[in-house]
Ligand binder design. Structure first.
Ligand SMILES: NC(=O)c1ccc[n+]([C@@H]2O[C@H](COP(=O)([O-])OP(=O)(O)OC[C@H]3O[C@@H](n4cnc5c(N)ncnc54)[C@H](O)[C@@H]3O)[C@@H](O)[C@H]2O)c1
Length: 434
């Protein structure tokens, strides 16, 4: 089967590479010529563990190619997967302009029956609206079916998540389209992946409800951690005991500087906006957003207290991406903290294993010095902030770090170090909720 994937970002590229690895013939299309040229040269536009190796293997086996020619790619494929961006718009609602442009191209290019699979995260009701939009714009009425198939991959483990998902959700009104989508995921039957076939509306809701629930869990443990600090309890003991209750589960109970990334903040906001529009307020989601925003301020206040003021303080920041193993800095809590520290006249020495190029685009200007490695970032600083939990930082030579710092003060927003060990080395150590 020939499949075209539109959009070669974190989702589209992983999906295209994953399906090619499943044995399908895949064309990945993007309107960004630079990105496609780089991919054609074998250069990766994003950092994702394992992606390059599989991509190169599939290209070599002629199962994967890259193009900017959307019309041809649409016409040659039986299935068209839409994975373009739906970033947050000015009003808190997702900006659907990328997906609407794709809908126009689909309307003008389809010449025979196609299955259109929307993978982008879209507001409730969008799949049906896209169906109507394409039909309205079609000059020749050619049949197609549209399916909503949300993506649940996590950046940093995207390949593994795509190849071994917890579930596949198919939101469809068409038996034929459902059959075709099941067919493209056939290798997942062997590993007994559950398939949920439902309506497009329920599938859209599943995606928003999943992300909002996970964001709520993170927010809950952050609030518990803040309270633990006041009473001298270790939040990890609390989280461990909580997680052993099967009704609660242990995942996403790790305190930190708040959730970020390209999905959670925008998806929770989208659910809140949908609730307002449909007169069914999503009050829990609303408060989750407020608490999360305040969390980075709580962290900055903690740094301020630990360093006895921020003015002209030199601060090392380790980790810039919103989480480890990705170069994605969209809504990264680390960048939010860096911005606030600079606003308070601190000087930042920042390092990240892969996210410096993307961070430069956001944190340009005065106040931030990007460093070549972690040791340069801690040299002569008044304090060190651990902002993203890269493994590289867990294994850092702490004796060397202490000798390089002006003042051995560590604010560990991800709890990657043991408080007792840090104190023994001679650090003044501040964790989250312990
Ligand atoms: N990033 C994640 O972890 C993740 C996980 C699950 C779901 N999602 C959702 O998946 C969607 C894509 O996310 P992403 O992070 O991959 O986005 P992205 O911004 O990284 O990539 C989008 C790509 O689409 C391309 N594009 C835009 N308009 C186009 C057009 N008209 N024709 C061809 N290409 C076009 C862009 O050039 C870009 O390369 C979003 O809706 C997002 O919410 C993302």
């Amino acid at each position: 089967m020939r499949v075209t994937v539109i959009g070669t970002g974190y989702v589209g590229l992983v999906c295209g590479v994953g399906l090619a690895d499943f044995g399908l013939n895949v064309t990945c299309v993007d309107c960004n010529q630079q990105r496609i040229s780089a991919l054609q040269r074998g250069e990766m536009p994003i950092y994702e563990i394992g992606l390059e190796e599989i991509l190169k293997r599939c290209v070599k086996n002629h199962r994967l190619k890259f193009s900017t020619d959307l019309k041809t790619a649409i016409q040659q494929a039986a299935v068209i997967i839409v994975a373009v961006g739906t970033p947050e718009g000015a009003n808190g609602k997702p900006d659907l302009s990328q997906i609407e442009t794709v809908a126009q191209s689909l309307a003008s290019s389809i010449q025979e029956y196609k299955v259109i699979v929307v993978k982008s995260t879209v507001p409730l009701g969008t799949t049906r609206r896209l169906n109507d939009l394409i039909k309205k714009q079609q000059k020749r009425k050619v049949k197609f079916d549209i399916v909503y198939n949300p993506e649940f991959l996590r950046e940093g483990t995207a390949i593994e998540d795509f190849m071994r998902p917890n579930r596949v959700v198919i939101g469809s009104d068409s038996k034929e389209a459902t059959r075709v989508v099941k067919e493209i995921y056939r290798p997942l039957y062997i590993i007994e992946t559950p398939f949920i076939v439902t309506t497009p509306e329920a599938a859209e809701m599943i995606k928003y409800a999943s992300n909002t629930f996970l964001a709520t869990k993170i927010t809950f443990i952050n609030e518990v951690a803040n309270l633990c600090e006041k009473i001298g309890a270790d939040v990890h003991h609390v989280a461990y005991a909580l997680g052993l209750d099967k009704r609660i589960g242990s995942m996403f109970l790790h305190p930190g500087p708040g959730f970020g990334g390209s999905c959670f903040p925008k998806d929770v906001r989208a659910l809140v906006e949908a609730g307002k529009e449909l007169n069914s307020p999503q009050r829990l989601a609303e408060i989750v957003l407020q608490i999360n925003q305040a969390q980075s301020e709580i962290v900055v206040a903690k740094i301020d207290r630990a360093l006895q003021g921020l003015d002209q303080k030199r601060i090392g920041v380790l980790g810039l991406s919103f989480k480890p193993n990705t170069d994605d800095v969209r809504e990264s809590p680390s960048l939010a903290i860096c911005k606030k520290l600079v606003e308070n006249h601190a000087i930042i020495q920042a390092y990240d294993p892969v996210a410096v190029p993307n961070s430069r685009k956001v944190l340009s200007g005065e106040g931030v010095i990007f460093c070549e490695n972690a040791y340069d970032a801690v040299t002569k600083v008044d304090g060190l902030v651990i902002a993203t939990e890269w493994n590289e930082f867990r294994n850092i030579d702490l004796i060397k770090v202490k000798s390089l710092m002006k003042n051995p003060v560590v604010i560990d927003t991800r709890n990657i170090f043991e408080p007792q060990k840090m104190k023994k080395i001679g650090f003044q150590y501040f964790g989250q909720g312990r």
